[in-house]
Design a protein around this ligand. Structure first.
Ligand code: AOF
Ligand code: ZN
Length: 483
């Protein structure tokens, strides 16, 4: 069992009970950093903040405040732009599942290798109790809600963002708890991809409990893409984050790069770091920037587990004095090197507390990223954030195409200069026809910067049928949509 004391210090978290303490939640925004002068450049007025947003971001750092049960809060929630027009599900059903998704998001950076899950128990259109999963070894979201509701759970409806488990793992089967509590109906968004736990809905149906699948499935899927990709492929979900000027430069010709993006954008980067299992950089970035690779969203407050720090250093040339190799800065460090790298240096790195993993080269001086990711996947790393320089960016996006999601921050400035590095180095593609095509998923503002989220063609998508409903329910199916 994880140490409960460490959870108590986390603001806004309620590991024991299910009803979140709204006061602690409200206090969170007070600690957001003030905008700096850099963040308030005159051009900020040119586009109203938020004007470019076309959807809500499930991964935004802090959930919006709970709006309570619909009776107390009229009218029923407005449909957000990112939700499909209602076809089958009612406003009420969407409202409760949205609340469960909001609760699930609190697990960002806490739950891996488990999924983020939220649960809402509803009786006579009122929220009876809620729960969310706080991390491996702690009760599942459904169990938290059922515990909080006690006997009154009898005859209630359960809204849960993932199919209830039917296995005994670190905790008992949620299906048993649901049956024993006398719940009458279970709405769940997506099936559980974990082969040990899946099949809970069948168990519930066999016990006479009605189940409905697919409510806000797309959102539930996006929330747990890391968990789902890893469960289905044993490879981590790969996010690449990069920041550049409007002319695509990641530094000036003299190498000055701190800071191109605003504090708000950089903070989002720390939020991403806090939510992933590992951060990966190339040798050149490690040598030039000497980054800590720790997650520091909104300062040094620790609401998450420190991600593993990974560096690609084929010939093990990086100096041991780098912060990366200093255990006091962040999570454990893993160095990927070529099989023929100097054994003496590898031993020195191991002595400094780092793991050294040889992987084959795919080209002279270039490690096979595919193999790096396989190796991380075998260590239960479900998500990797790559913070590349120009060389690693082109290896991951052009040469090997291993990226599933890209976050780009564009700062409102030009840097110019033939010698200034662009976002992607390497040879680049020859013909426009060879360009790496992207789907733009979202465009929004982070302070004065533009934040673009996009997906390379060929990135991980769930297998056919994962988001679709089983055949007997297809009449009421909502086709899965992209944002
Ligand atoms: C969670 N939280 O709320 C739900 C989960 O090792 P265990 O016992 O914690 O089981 C983890 C699995 O249980 C997980 O991979 C997923 O398949 C299922 N459901 N897990 O961590 C939850 N409902
Ligand atoms: Zn469970």
């Amino acid at each position: 069992m994880p140490d409960r004391r460490s959870l108590r210090s986390v603001p806004g978290r309620d590991p024991l009970g299910s009803v979140p303490d709204r006061r602690t939640l409200r206090s969170v925004p007070d600690s957001l950093p003030r905008r700096t002068e850099q963040d308030q450049l005159p051009h900020q007025g040119a586009i109203k903040p938020g004007a470019l947003e076309n959807c809500r971001d499930l991964w935004e750092p802090y959930p919006e405040k709970s709006s309570g049960a619909p009776e107390r809060q009229t009218p029923l929630p407005r449909r957000d732009a990112w939700e499909r027009p209602m076809t089958h599900w009612t406003d009420k059903e969407r409202f409760f599942m949205k609340e469960a998704l909001r609760l699930a998001r609190r697990g960002w950076g806490l739950v891996s290798p488990n999924p983020m899950v939220g649960a809402v128990l509803v009786k006579r259109n009122k929220i009876l109790a809620t729960g969310w999963h706080t991390g491996p070894g702690f009760p599942h979201a459904e169990a938290v809600a059922l515990n909080a509701a006690g006997k009154s759970a009898k005859g209630s409806e359960l809204y849960v963002t993932l199919e209830p488990c039917r296995h005994t793992g670190r905790t008992g089967p949620c299906t048993d708890a649901i049956v024993q509590a006398g719940v009458s109906k279970v709405y769940y968004s997506i099936p559980d991809p974990n082969p040990l736990a899946e099949g809970g809905a069948r168990v519930l149906e066999d016990s006479g409990i009605e189940t409905r699948r697919g409510l806000m499935a797309q959102q539930a899927y996006e929330l747990n893409q890391f968990f789902i990709k890893w469960q289905l492929t044993k490879k981590p979900f790969v996010i690449l984050k990069t920041a550049a000027s409007l002319d695509g430069k990641i530094a000036t010709h003299s190498g000055d790069s701190r800071w191109i993006s605003s504090k708000v954008a950089r903070n989002y980067g720390h939020h991403l770091r806090a939510g992933v299992d590992a951060i990966l950089i190339g040798r050149a970035t490690a040598a030039k920037d000497d980054p800590e690779l720790s997650a520091r969203p909104w300062g040094r407050r620790k609401m998450h587990r420190e991600p593993m720090r990974c560096v690609l250093d084929p010939s093990l040339k990086l100096p041991l004095e780098l912060k990366l190799f200093n255990p006091s800065y962040g999570g454990r460090t893993t160095v990927f090197c070529a099989p023929e790298a100097e054994p003496g240096k590898a031993a020195a790195l191991k002595e400094a507390g780092a793991a050294v993993i040889p992987v084959p080269l795919r080209a002279p001086g270039r490690l096979s990223l595919e193999r790096v990711l396989e190796s991380l996947g075998s260590m239960d790393v479900q998500s990797v954030l790559i913070e590349p320089g120009a060389t690693t960016a082109s290896s991951t996006l052009i040469d090997e195409s291993v990226v599933d999601l890209i976050h780009v921050f564009i700062a409102p400035m030009f840097l110019g200069g033939d010698g200034a590095p662009g976002m992607l180095g390497g040879e680049g593609v020859d013909k426009l026809a060879d360009a790496r095509a992207l789907d733009i998923l979202r465009v929004s503002r982070k302070g004065p910067d533009i934040h673009i989220v996009c997906r390379p063609k060929g990135a991980f998508v769930p297998p056919p049928g994962f988001l679709a409903l089983p055949e007997d329910q297809t009449a009421s199916a909502e086709p899965a949509e992209e944002f």
